[in-house]
Design a protein around this ligand. Structure first.
Ligand code: SF4
Length: 289
């Protein structure tokens, strides 16, 4: 059979689970020297990578994990991510950057870090009170993922889901897990609530809505005070242009949000339930990362 392109060159999913950027669970994580960041932001590796065009992220969302060697063979460097000198992520999904920007209104920069899953142990420590995850496809139960993974024999675990699970396992296994809350946001939060995967993934709270919301910020303050969080929260959407934030740190693929909502009013469309607001042009800036 024509399986030679799956050649065993050390790029199997299992062998990669010990390589750079994959969120693998280390045996004995060491506490960060500074006690860790109060707020740690992260996202699954496959939703964060910033090269090989959009296709590879689409492929990760649709192909089952057993086909990962195909992508490994074609894009052997897909896991190579760039870091800032302090070890934080040089690029993150736009949603994670928006959370970061929102938090910087109320918390000091040294309290916050956005990092890749593989670097969580460098930033989670006894001082950590919140680990916030942004994800659009944590369990791979989207329509496209179901269809395409089924074509290849299994709808159970797209590559995205595999890497999201590695990230959640790593957070769950942290020796400091009792000290912090795990808050999940992003367009994939519903996958956790609708499958009741809170315990499985060790998630305390899923937020539906935008990070700018005062309700979103209130959750972080609650978590930092050590209070229990509600399992699910729907937060208010901003209704004024001036309340929308535009991140000025590098986003994956350089994504810049231009509008919320849509305005065409297709009556089956959930995003269109949000108010249609354009970002003010003067707020959109481009940072050379
Ligand atoms: S489906 Fe939604 S996003 Fe697409 S045109 Fe209709 S309202 Fe707009």
């Amino acid at each position: 059979m024509g399986l030679r392109f799956f050649r065993r060159n050390g790029n199997s999913a299992d062998s990669h689970s010990r390589r750079n950027g994959d969120g693998a669970v280390p045996d004995v994580p060491q506490a960060p020297a500074d006690g860790g960041k109060r707020i740690v932001l992260t996202a699954p590796l496959t939703e964060t990578i910033d090269h090989a065009g959009y296709f590879i992220q689409m492929g990760m969302a649709s192909l089952p994990i057993w086909m990962e060697p195909v992508l490994n063979n074609k894009y052997p460097n897909w896991r190579d991510v760039q870091r800032n000198p302090d070890g934080s992520a040089r690029f993150m999904p736009a949603g994670a950057r928006l959370v970061e920007t929102s938090l910087l209104r109320e918390f000091s920069a040294p309290d916050i870090v956005a990092c890749y899953p593989d670097d969580l142990d460098k930033f989670i420590g006894p001082n950590t009170r919140v680990v916030a995850v942004t994800t659009h496809n944590p369990l791979g139960v989207t329509f496209a993922a179901g269809v395409y993974t089924s074509i290849f024999g299994s709808s159970k675990q797209p590559i995205n889901s595999h890497y999201a699970r590695l990230m959640f396992e790593k957070i769950k296994a942290s020796p400091y897990r009792r000290n912090f809350k795990v808050i999940v946001g992003g367009s994939g939060g519903w996958q956790i609530t609708q499958t009741n995967s809170f315990e499985d993934l060790s998630v305390d709270c899923v937020v539906e809505g935008r990070a700018e919301s005062a309700d979103s910020m209130a959750l972080f303050h609650q978590a930092i005070r050590g209070e229990e969080l509600p399992r699910e929260v729907n937060v208010a959407h901003p209704t004024r242009r001036e309340d929308l934030l535009v991140p000025d740190r590098r986003t994956t693929f350089g994504v810049v949000e231009m509008t919320t909502g849509c305005g065409r009013r297709c009556n089956f469309c959930v995003p269109d339930l949000n108010p249609q607001i354009d970002m003010p042009k003067e707020k959109i800036s481009f940072i050379d990362g």
